[in-house]
Design a protein around this ligand. Structure first.
Ligand SMILES: [Zn+2]
Length: 96
C-alpha cells in the first residue's frame, strides 16, 4: 500500500501512538545532479533536478510502526476555525 503524501494542508499522523513530528522516511528518488568540480578536483553539487521520487515506507520514531500513518489536517491550514474575526486586507500575495 503506498504511503499517502502530505500536502500543503495535511500532515502525517501515526495511527497507533498519535506521533505528528518524527518519522523515518525511506525514499527512492531519481535525480540529475549538476556536479561542479573545483581545480583541485573537489566536487560539489550545485543543482539537483528530481526526475522521480517515491516514498516507500514511513516508520514512526516513537513506536516503530511501519506505514501505520494517516493524513490529518494541519493546524490553521485554512480550515473553518471560528472565533477570530480577521479583516480582509485584500493585499496581493507574493508571487514565486
Ligand atoms: Zn507511532
Amino acid at each position: 500500500m503506498p504511503v499517502p503524501l502530505p500536502t500543503a494542508t495535511t500532515r502525517w499522523r501515526c495511527t497507533l501512538c498519535g506521533n505528528l513530528t518524527r518519522f523515518d522516511v525511506t525514499r527512492s528518488s531519481r535525480v540529475v545532479e549538476y556536479v561542479h568540480l573545483d581545480l583541485g578536483g573537489e566536487p560539489s553539487v550545485e543543482e539537483t533536478e528530481v526526475l522521480a521520487e517515491t516514498v516507500e515506507s514511513v516508520r514512526c520514531r516513537w513506536c516503530n510502526a511501519v506505514d501505520r500513518i494517516e493524513l490529518v489536517d494541519r493546524p490553521g491550514a485554512g480550515g473553518d476555525q471560528n472565533g477570530s474575526a480577521e479583516s480582509a486586507t485584500g493585499s496581493g500575495s507574493a508571487s514565486g
